[in-house]
Structures are given as C-alpha cells and as structure tokens.
Design a protein around this ligand. Structure first.
Ligand code: AMP
Length: 314
C-alpha cells in the first residue's frame, strides 16, 4: 500500500473517489503501444482514472512535481519518456539531448508512477507523420517564430500520446508556457476529452528554473544562468513603477550586460492569447517570457514570470 494508513482511513471516512480505487504496487516499463494498451486496459477494467505526464526524460524535480500532482489526482499515472525528434528543429540539439532512462525509471518508481512508456522512434513513427498542426497566433509568436516546426512536432507527439493513453488528465509545466497554450488550442480543435493541468515552475534555491538542459552547463555557466530568474523576479518590482516597454528594456538590457548571456527574445504578453501587451492595464493576465543563450555551447534556456494573474474562480 503506497498511501499511509492514516490517509487511507481519512479517504474511507469521507468516501472520496480515490479511496475506492485500486493502487498498482509495482511500476511497469513498456516499450510498445501494444504493451501500453494492454496495461491500460487492465487498469481501466479495475476502474482506474489515468493521468499522463509527457516528458523527454533526464528527469528532475520539475518533472516529478507533475508526477506527484498526477498521483494525487488519479489512481494511475502514465509517464512517457521519449525524446521526440520531430520537435527538434536543430539536429545538434537533438544529438546532445541528455538520455538517462535507467535513472529516470528509478526516480519514477520512487514517485509512484504506475507505467513508464519509453518507446523507440520507430514505434512512435513507423512512417513519417505528415500531419500539420497550425494554431495561430499562439504557435507563431516567440518559440514558434524562432523554432520552425517545433510546435508541429509537439502536437504530433502529444496527439499520439493522447490517442494511445486516452488520459483523464494530462500534466504540463508552466516553464514551457507557450507549449501549454498550443496544446490547449489543439485539444479544443480536435475535441480531445482530456483535462489539461498546468503546473507551476520548479526552481533551484538560486531561482534557476530546473531544466534537463541545465546538465549541459558548466558550474560557472550555471552560476551565470541564475541571473535569468533573478532578473525576471527583480523586474516584477521594477514593473510597479515603470511601463511595459521600460520593463522589457530593463530585462533585456540587464541580461545582455552579463558575460555569457545573450537574450534571444523577451516578450511581455497576454497569458491567454500570447499577444504582446502595450500597457499593464491591457488585460488581467500578463506574463514575461524569455529565451536566453547561455555559455560556450551555447545552451538555450527558457523561463517566464507572471506580472499579473487572474484570481482563480471556483
Ligand atoms: P520536457 O522533458 O522538457 O519535455 O518536459 C516535460 C514536462 O515537464 C513539460 O510539461 C515541462 O513543461 C515540464 N517541466 C520541465 N521543467 C519544469 C520545471 N522546472 N518545473 C515544472 N515543470 C517542468
């Protein structure tokens, strides 16, 4: 039994849906769609609800926070570990992407994942995926403008995973802020019956957003990279007394002044439409999204900060 007895007792007392649901004791690792579907069939026939956490592996606490949330909200959690070639517009980036499946599985077992789906490229793409996804304006700005084909590749893999797993809920990190907007558009377009659950960014104590790409930074570069989140956080105070334009210039100027950092873009946008805002009064959801090249290689890092957030409704 994974959950402490006390928790189980509370659940039984209040009869929350999770309390009746079976919990799978041992995590399984599957490589093929066929195995995946047979495991899912067994879970569903026991009445399990299924949460999906799509990842490219090289897992860290950011990924694990998504897994944790899924295990809290579903009786079974499927984690996919697949470095999706169709979302890499830079072949060099794909070649250097860290691959650590064994260590990932150890972490996922500790995090109480139910199933790990780690397919080969041939399993996912037995033939080239010729589907074309287009959701302007959310997929054409920022990352969409700089990484041609990236979001098309993301939609290809996520739509396949949604189709194979048919999750009740799917978990995505707000670190990839634009990705969530694009997937939301795809889910609406294809009428996929899944609840999307955005999860907050997990950071190191220094503020640096956790990323699989951080492993590619030298210790000195990692120190430099801390400046990214520090500047974003400082810009929230700066924004109280300055315009959107001045705040954008402050962030870009501060980061570009650091040796070893080069800003690719910093945009202050509406959190839903992802369109640039001109003033702080334009909308009630305002986010600053940045992409910075860091260090020798260089490593491309993304981060974002919320300047204004709508108050959650029940
Ligand atoms: P990736 O393996 O980079 O494709 O990421 C898989 C999922 O983990 C995506 O939904 C990411 O947004 C999410 N993720 C990555 N880093 C973090 C982080 N530092 N905090 C929260 N979620 C994250």
């Amino acid at each position: 039994m994974r959950r402490p007895l006390q928790y189980l007792a509370i659940n039984l007392l209040f009869c929350t849906p999770l309390s009746y649901l079976p919990r799978v004791k041992h995590m399984k690792i599957v490589r093929t769609k066929k195995e995946l579907q047979s495991e899912l069939h067994a879970l569903r026939s026991q009445g399990c609800t299924v949460g999906l956490v799509p990842t490219m592996g090289a897992l860290h606490e950011g990924h694990l926070s998504l897994v944790k949330r899924s295990t809290e909200e579903n009786s079974a959690t499927v984690v996919s570990v697949f470095v999706n070639p169709t979302q890499f517009n830079d072949k060099n980036d794909l070649a250097h992407y860290p691959r650590t499946l064994e260590a990932d599985c150890r972490l996922l077992e500790q995090a109480h994942a139910t199933l790990v789906f780690a397919p080969s490229v041939e399993e996912v793409y037995p033939e080239p995926d010729t589907r074309h996804f287009s959701y302007p304006p959310v997929d054409t700005v920022m990352e969409g403008a700089r990484r041609p084909g990236h979001f098309n590749g993301v939609c290809q893999i996520v739509s396949k995973l949604f189709d194979w797993v048919k999750p009740d809920r799917a978990y995505f990190g707000e670190k990839d802020f634009q990705q969530i907007a694009v997937i939301r558009a795809m889910v609406a377009d294809l009428r996929i019956p899944v609840e999307l659950r955005p999860c907050p960014i997990v950071r190191e104590t220094s503020g640096l957003a956790l990323s699989s790409r951080n492993t590619l930074l030298s210790p000195a570069e990692k120190l430099t990279a801390q400046k990214i989140s520090q500047t974003l956080f400082a810009s929230r105070d700066f924004a109280r007394t300055h315009s959107v334009r001045e705040t954008a210039d402050y962030v870009t100027g501060t980061l570009n002044a650091c040796d070893g950092l080069r800003v690719e873009y910093f945009e202050i946008i509406d959190g839903i439409t992802l369109q640039p805002v001109a003033t702080w009064d334009d909308t009630d959801y305002i986010v600053g999204c940045v992409t910075v090249f860091c260090g020798e290689r260089p490593v491309r890092l993304i981060d974002n900060v919320k300047y204004k957030e709508p108050t959650p409704t029940c």
